[in-house]
Design a binder for this molecule. Structure first.
Ligand code: GLN
Length: 205
């Protein structure tokens, strides 16, 4: 059964996600209007800039339709700015910044600090090591009970013995999010994980 997965194409690295989805066996389509979600079995919200994405969603009347679809069970995966968009709560947002929400978590924007705008780290994802690229990335400050922690990283750059691990990948039901950009490394693990989640959700219907 072939799966159609939309990539929200308002802003950010849309094409790289589309390639990674195709490499995981799905058909990827760009989504700019809510009606285009009718043919999608799942949705990827790419990295970019969450404040710009939020303003564009407001301007194009997409915020409420996206909230409704996700509440109704549309599987979604948000990467970096996309993770911020799927968070129920954000820290260090700009004045009035809204999210789509759906995952019971608090995410801190630009959490790794200015000195480490971008970096690559080996993280644990779904119990295995994975090379991950972080670009002005958020991390997850806290999660509610229903949220599964899929991935974490040692605080990068000058790691201190005993420093806390930071949560950088989560799943809650049909929603998942990563603080990093798996579409940039060529490792298919995360996109395969999401494609499998979408397949299972479709089978349940
Ligand atoms: N710092 C960005 C934001 O707040 C996210 C960066 C990214 O998606 N690479 O939206």
């Amino acid at each position: 059964m072939s799966l159609v997965i939309g990539v929200l194409a308002l802003q950010g690295d849309v094409r790289e996600h589309a390639h990674a989805l195709e490499a995981s066996g799905a058909t990827a389509v760009g989504v700019r209007r809510a009606e285009e979600l009718d043919r999608c079995d799942g949705l990827v919200i790419p990295g970019g800039e969450s404040t710009a994405m939020w303003r564009l969603m407001r301007a194009f009347d997409l915020l409420e339709p996206l909230r409704k679809r996700i509440e109704a069970g549309l599987p979604a995966y948000g990467s970096c700015a996309g993770m911020i968009m799927l968070a129920d709560r954000i820290e260090d947002g700009v004045e009035g910044q809204e999210t789509i929400g759906g995952i019971d978590m608090t995410v801190r924007r630009n959490a790794f600090g200015r000195q480490v705008d971008s970096h690559e780290s080996t993280i644990q994802f779904d119990g295995r090591p994975l090379e991950a690229v972080f670009i002005r990335a958020p991390w997850v400050e806290s999660v509610g009970e229903g949220v599964e922690i899929l991935g974490s990283v040692e605080r990068p750059v000058h790691p201190v013995e005993g420093a806390p691990r930071r949560i950088v990948a989560v799943r809650q039901g049909r929603l998942m999010a990563t603080a990093f950009h798996p579409e940039l490394t060529g490792d298919p693990t995360v996109h395969r994980y999401f494609t499998e989640l979408v397949r299972q959700s479709k089978n349940e219907e």
